[in-house]
Design a protein around this ligand. Sequence first.
Ligand code: HEM
Length: 455
Amino acid sequence: MLFVLGGELLQRDTSHEASYSASDPRIRGELQSQALVKAFLLSGLFFLLLPGTFLGVWNLVGISGKRALAALSPAWLQAHGQAQIYGWIGSFILGIGFYSLTKMQKTRAFPERAGWAAWSLWTVGVTLRWVGGVTAWEWRWLLPASGVLQLAGFLFFFNAVSRHRPAERRSSMEPWMVLVIASTVVFLLALVFNAGALIQLALTGASPALPHVFDQQLVTLAVWGILVRTIWGFNARWLPIFAGFRKPDPKWLFTAYGVSLAGVLLVFVNEWKISSAAFVVSAVLAILALHVWSPAAQPAKVQGIHPSFPGFLRIAYGWLTISAFMACAAAAEDRSGGLWGASRHALTVGFAATMVFAIGQRVLPAFSGMRVLWSPFLMFWSLALLNLGCLLRVSMEPLAYELNRAAVWRLLPVSAVIELVAVTIFVANLMGTLLTRPAHLRHSASSTPKIGGVV
Ligand code: HEM
């Protein structure tokens, strides 16, 4: 359904391109990149809603019904996590990455073929990973194929980014660019690990689930290695522009980055306690470096979006800190997965999803044709309900899983349903936005079309 609607959206926008494309190659590149970013957005939203959140809610209902995390198939848990991290946020990162190429190197043509090859391979790869994990049908073929396809899709992206080097030399590159490039390299490494692990699983495993400890190591690599640090990179660029925060302090930001990298490496030698402590330090350093909780230097740009936008950015960093402290508690005390689960949820939903909901609704309408967000009111409710659901889940999960309190087990699914509503509102708001007319169609054919956005 989402893809059918997506197809219609893409067609609708590109049908009017002809009048601009012949005259100006720069505009043609801009329109090509907008079409691609929209494809990544639509597939990302699909993975977020159905394979990601719907399966997450289903999993939590199953766990609550049987009152034990171990009661549920690990392959299902892993399929959910993969759909969220790679299917949703990964697709958004690739889409924004391709879009930003048009801004980084204005003299080169937009790599349209590479972009669509990346989108196709990536989307099929993520889909196969989910189908193989959930159905276990032909998983010995589907899972390794998914790993290889995702890696191949990413390589098209990586190659295009490497060719479109920014005009500045490395020494004069802005800190946010260095962070985003470094996170992209970690992204590539994570996909190499992922593909290798799935091939190994297909050859020697007994089910479509990776062994627990190895899976948790890969999840930490994906979450702290890719999501958190890519968000820091884009935050360094966008928070001063859109939220009015003071300019980041590069020295502290790079230190935060280095400490978090050490934290990721430590989990691969099973030093979970030291690694969690490193994540606490890096989270605090990042907050100081990005001036998240300091008074803003100038008013936030909230025209067309909900004015609570900077407030939710600050709350997201609260979740990051809570997650890191809970990971310390989990490394010391967790018996049944409740503290680890709460810590991970604080990070993935509280930090990463809040950040994507807030910044996404601020920048993505502009990236996909200088559109205006459909509803600031819905933006507020998507963020408010997401955080309410997250608060319930993070506070109740340790009580349920670790202490087995009956009343809390009954309440846990409520948190999941609230988050599902939040996600649905977010998806509806972005879809509603994409259904509005882009700027180049809002202007008369004679006037110069306004098509770009800040990257
Ligand atoms: C929005 C509603 C969500 C619900 C109801 C949900 C539910 C769950 C559940 C029940 C688990 C099993 C472990 C546990 O009990 O804690 C889990 C694991 C996980 N979730 Fe979610 N989740 C949601 C959103 C997200 C998001 C937005 C992300 C990432 C951006 C995410 C990433 C993960 C990961 C990586 C795992 C671990 C998978 C593994 O062990 O391999 N989840 N989630």
